[in-house]
Design a protein around this ligand. Structure first.
Ligand SMILES: [Zn+2]
Length: 560
């Protein structure tokens, strides 16, 4: 049975008005997202946390009725299953925030356009609502990754496709940049440092390599270089290293030295949305006098090499060159900006160079106008997702080049079978100055979604074949959740992996009502009523509904 909830009622009234307005315009239907299988694009029931150490704001999934592992049971808190802590996903932080008394918010409410596919064919990457082919009753929402007449394979986190029953070469499915920017996942935000660890000697994730003239402004979280003397002649790197504090490092931050000198790690397919510790797990570790840590299921295991760097870049003189670098295995992809000419060029040092000579460069695509001007800050993004290099300056695409595996491709990609991680993949992002004076700030690193072939619930077939019928009646589509480790989708349905055309309901197009945000009392509002633990009056309660609240305008948005 559903809990009575004041806020739900209040929200529903507002929603009714919005819908009345919208239904006049669209053939739309409203849905509430129940689970986190599409997180972080769409939230199911969740908690909103601002990390008490680094200030990064993130959502972490909650389990509510009728889920078998629900935190609530018949209106009471289930002691063992209630969430104890949520681990901050910001790489340099990883602090386990206590969330025992945090409100559980309902999932995103979305609008679904019910008849878009009467007028046009579904496209890859659409977020689609459909009837689950296993039960044909439950509505599911996933991302469409495979179209009729395609054979689909998941390789190293990416979707590959080719025409069914042909020997045509496999092609990687690429996300358009505007979609990519909406669904990419934060790895590290340099503007949210875990100061308590830094004060104890934990290394900063970004820093000039030894012997370089990069200077750090630890308060403004920016870096500056103005090369002098012999420094004007050489390439000087500012680099990101993927340091990941462990629970024991946080425990040691109360006193005494850090347990050991940290080493940079590979970037893994971590989903902050899944990083929760139950009370049961927390009490077990407390009994063993061990620090709080994630259960085995939440530990990511796949190296993610598709990365994106975004920053504010402020050239201070019109001499020299700025390099942005993203490493992927044997490749060091670079974007080179010449401040004198105002032009940019994508390139990578040849990995075939027998001497490892940096000057042996392979140019990727044509030179382009960078749009960078001296004396003012620009927002710059350099990405390597799905074998596509893209450069954006102040929000507009300046260059985009696809790398392919076919022998005749102008820009050959590395085959996913040949990709090997190296030492540099632990420090995979850099900003270089070759005689250029500049300042950088707002450094952020994101990663691509990583589709796994299996998840906690089982292993999938490696190949998916999708029927394309003459009259479209038996056409099939392949659907995957953005939160791959926690999504029950095409990979795991037993009888047929595919969704037949007649089970498609529509295309999700906007979040019209994310949960309302309480304010005052540190952003948590004041609870009007609360859930309690049965038989334990002293246990922390979970707010059922808090006042006052505001609509969350920032998350009301189009779904990409
Ligand atoms: Zn944090």
């Amino acid at each position: 049975m559903r809990e009575e909830n004041w806020r739900e009622t209040a929200e529903s009234v507002v929603i009714a008005f919005i819908l009345a307005f919208l239904f006049r315009t669209f053939e739309a239907e409203a849905f509430v997202i129940p689970t986190g299988s599409m997180a972080p694009t769409l939230y199911g029931a969740h908690r909103d946390i601002t990390c008490e150490q680094c200030g990064h704001r993130f959502a972490v999934g909650a389990s509510t009725p009728p889920a078998h592992d629900s935190e609530l049971r018949n209106g009471w808190i289930d002691h063992d299953r209630r969430m104890h802590s949520a681990v901050c996903p910001n790489a340099a932080c990883q602090f386990a925030n206590n969330v025992l008394d945090r409100e559980i918010f309902a999932g995103d409410r979305i609008l679904v356009n019910k008849f878009p596919y009467d007028h046009r064919e579904p496209s890859r990457w659409d977020v689609v609502v459909f009837k689950c082919p296993e039960t044909a009753k439950t509505n599911y929402i996933k991302r469409l990754v495979g179209l009729p007449g395609e054979e689909i394979q998941i390789r190293r986190g990416d979707v590959w496709y080719r025409r069914l029953d042909t020997d045509s070469p496999w092609q990687i499915a690429r996300k358009p940049i505007e979609k990519q920017n909406q669904i990419q996942i934060l790895v590290h935000d340099n503007d949210h440092p875990a100061r308590a660890l830094l004060q104890r000697g934990w290394p900063e994730s970004w820093g000039g390599l030894p012997g370089t003239q990069w200077e750090e402004d630890a308060i403004r979280r920016s870096f500056r270089i103005d090369p002098t003397g012999e420094g004007r002649q050489r390439l000087q790197w500012l680099r990101y290293s993927h340091y990941l504090p462990r629970p024991q490092d946080w425990m040691a931050s109360d006193g005494g030295p850090l347990p050991q000198q940290p080493q940079p790690q590979l970037i893994h397919d971590v989903y902050g949305y899944n990083m929760r510790i139950t009370s049961d797990q927390a009490e077990a570790s407390q009994r063993r006098r061990e620090p709080l840590s994630l259960g085995f299921r939440e530990l990511a295991s796949n190296w993610v090499s598709d990365l994106s760097l975004s920053c504010e870049l402020h050239p201070e003189g019109d001499e020299g060159e700025i390099l942005l670098e993203i490493v992927e295995g044997q490749r060091r992809y670079r974007c080179r900006f010449n401040l004198g000419t105002g032009r940019g060029q994508l390139e990578h040092p040849s990995e075939m160079s027998p001497t490892g000579d940096e000057s042996d460069l392979v140019l990727v695509g044509a030179p382009f106008e960078s749009g960078l001007s001296v004396g003012r800050p620009h927002s710059v993004q350099f990405t390597n997702f799905d074998n596509r290099l893209v450069v954006l300056v102040d929000g507009s695409v300046k260059q985009s080049v696809d790398l392919d595996l076919t022998p005749e491709a102008p820009h050959p990609a590395l085959s996913p079978d040949d990709l090997r991680d190296g030492l540099l993949d632990r420090s995979p992002v850099g900003i270089g100055s070759q005689g250029a004076a500049l300042r950088v700030a707002q450094l952020r690193i994101h990663r691509d979604i990583y589709y796994t072939e299996d998840n906690a619930q089982g292993r999938a077939d490696p190949l998916f074949r999708l029927v394309d019928s003459e009259d479209n009646s038996r056409d099939e589509f392949l659907m995957l959740g953005d939160n791959s480790p926690r999504s029950h989708d095409s990979r795991l349905w037993r009888d047929s992996h595919a969704v037949p055309r007649q089970l498609l309901i529509g295309k999700a197009f906007c979040i019209y009502w994310p949960h309302a945000m309480p304010f005052l009392n540190g952003g948590r509002g004041f609870p009007v009523s609360s859930y309690r633990e049965q038989g334990d009056a002293k246990a922390a309660t979970i707010p059922r509904f808090s006042l006052p609240f505001l609509p969350q305008l920032g998350r009301m948005k189009r779904i990409w």
